[in-house]
Design a protein around this ligand. Structure first.
Ligand code: NAD
Length: 483
């Protein structure tokens, strides 16, 4: 066990040191697969927060990172990537146990986190401004400057990779960052502090605070010392943070929920589709913002798709994440209850349970892999984010009807199209209200492809080069040469 958790208590990482909490009772962290207590987590209170804010500000004002030669900052990012790989084996074991996900998925999270640092390390010395022609009497140019102190609030479904997704571009651009870890699975994320320590990141450039969202999370985003808010989480919390940001007019990036639809045409490859449904809605027990939570299918193949999807879902192996089964528990008893309730309400609205539909009677918070057929597109189960292993299927007759249904929620995170007709794929992709459209493979894309929402799925983009420009602001310098 690493020093930060040697005695079963994960600490806060503040200004390069592991700090005890001053925020009251420790957070007890449990294993969703066994319901057993794993460890405790120290909660940051106001003094911890003040220390993190002061250190972040001082680091920024001194220019420890912001004024570092960009090529040196790029090398630092690469060192961090290496150190993340160095803690990955131990970290993935913790992440698997505290989140319930498979060990393989937890290992992938650490690998993805390392890759974010490599990707943004590669561009840390290429954040180039423009020269703007104003005629012979002027010199005019733009520079991109870091915001200063970036407050980043992270959800529990991918705590390590989502934290890295925002940390890496922010640091590459020279910001200081304060991360608030999710209360349900904070430990693996806090462990990233070890990688920052070992890579010799300037102390204060990153602090990681553990604690309750409405308490220390709210105090962080409300702080006048924060120059930017990056929030990934639910719509209701995002709305609350936006209200907090309105007073000081703090620039904000919102990565919120989704209710994403796959549009399945009659000419698609059914094997490819079923493989995508399997990962699209059952990966991480459906607790993915961009999950394929709705499947809209052309009526001519609808019953066939429902039957094959139900057969696939019913055949998934189930177990504790450490055994790398196909299907794992949801994060908590509360989440299980929410998923089960919305699924049973769906029945009252006429949905047919093709498979699953209830919790599994075993230790841990397991919801059966569920396929709901004949879902009314206006019903709550088709409109609200479920965040569990439940796919809602609905037939359509025309392309126009399918597009209207796909666009018929308040969300707009991703969407998918399954067809062999690429002309149709391009046409429909342009009409779908979503930040990213997958064609013939759900979750196609990766760390280099921009990701973010439309409507209540939020605004701003993460991933890719585009995300880098969320972490800088443009300054124009206009110089008269008239003497
Ligand atoms: P949540 O909104 O409950 O919590 C997210 C984070 O916000 C947690 O760290 C929590 O402690 C903190 N928080 C809560 N109240 C706060 C407040 N008042 N001020 C500051 N911080 C506060 O979300 P969750 O249940 O952890 O995550 C699931 C949600 O996240 C889903 O809606 C999912 O779609 C969304 N999500 C979106 C993306 C994306 O990139 N768009 C990625 C992953 C998850």
């Amino acid at each position: 066990m690493s020093p930060f958790i040697a005695d079963g208590l994960a600490r806060n990482f503040i200004a390069g040191e592991w700090a005890e909490g001053d925020g009251g009772a420790v957070i007890a962290v449990a294993d969703p697969g066994s319901e057993e207590h794993i460890a405790d987590c120290a909660q940051a209170g106001e003094q911890n927060l003040a220390r993190a804010l002061d250190a972040a500000r001082a680091t920024f004002e001194r220019g420890d990172l912001a004024d570092m030669k960009p090529a040196a900052r790029a090398r630092l990012m690469m060192r961090i990537a290496g150190e993340i790989r160095g803690i990955a084996a131990e970290g993935a074991d913790i992440l698997c146990r505290e989140s319930g996900k498979t060990l393989a998925a937890a290992q992938d999270e650490f690998e993805e986190a390392a890759q974010y640092f490599e990707y943004y390390g590669g561009v840390a010395d290429k954040i180039e401004g423009k020269s703007i022609p104003l005629g012979p009497d002027y010199a005019d140019y733009t520079v991109y400057e870091p915001y200063g102190v970036s407050a980043q609030i992270v959800p529990w479904n991918f705590p390590v990779s989502i934290a890295a997704r925002s940390l890496a571009p922010a640091l590459a651009a020279g910001n200081s960052v304060i991360v608030k870890s999710p209360e349900l699975d904070p430990i693996a994320l806090a462990m990233l502090g070890l990688a920052f320590e070992r890579a010799d990141l300037p102390a204060g450039a990153v602090s990681i605070l553990n604690g309750i969202g409405r308490d220390i999370g709210a105090k962080l985003v409300q702080s006048a010392q924060v120059d930017q808010i990056v929030f990934t989480g639910s719509v209701s919390t995002g709305q609350s943070i936006l209200r907090d940001a309105a007073g000081p007019v703090t620039p904000s990036l919102m990565e919120l929920g989704g209710k994403s639809a796959a549009v399945v045409f009659e000419d698609c490859d059914l094997d490819t589709l079923i493989a995508s449904i399997r990962s699209g809605i059952f990966f991480n027990a459906g607790q993915v913002c961009s999950a394929m939570s709705r499947v809209l299918v052309h009526r001519s193949v609808y019953e066939q798709v429902v039957e094959r999807a139900a057969e696939m879902a019913g055949g998934l192996s189930v177990g504790h994440g450490l055994g790398n089964p196909d299907h794992t528990p949801v994060i908590s008893a509360g989440q299980l209850q929410t998923v089960e309730e919305i699924t049973s309400t769906a029945r009252q609205h006429g949905a047919r349970v093709a498979t699953g539909g209830a919790r599994l009677q075993r230790q841990g918070y397991f919801m059966a892999p569920t396929i709901l057929a004949d879902v009314d597109p206006a019903s709550p189960v088709a409109q609200e984010e479920i965040f569990g292993p439940v796919a809602c299927m609905t037939p359509f007759d025309t392309e126009a009807e399918a597009v209207a249904m796909a666009n018929g929620t308040e969300f707009g995170l991703v969407a998918g199209i399954f067809t062999r007709d690429l002309v149709r794929a391009h046409r429909v992709a342009r009409r779908l209200r979503a930040g990213q459209v997958f064609v013939n493979e759900w979750f196609a894309g990766g760390i280099s492809t921009p990701f973010g929402g439309v409507g209540k799925s939020g605004f701003g983009r993460e991933k890719g080069l585009e995300a880098l420009y969320n972490y800088v602001r443009t300054k124009n310098i206009a110089i008269s040469l008239k003497g």
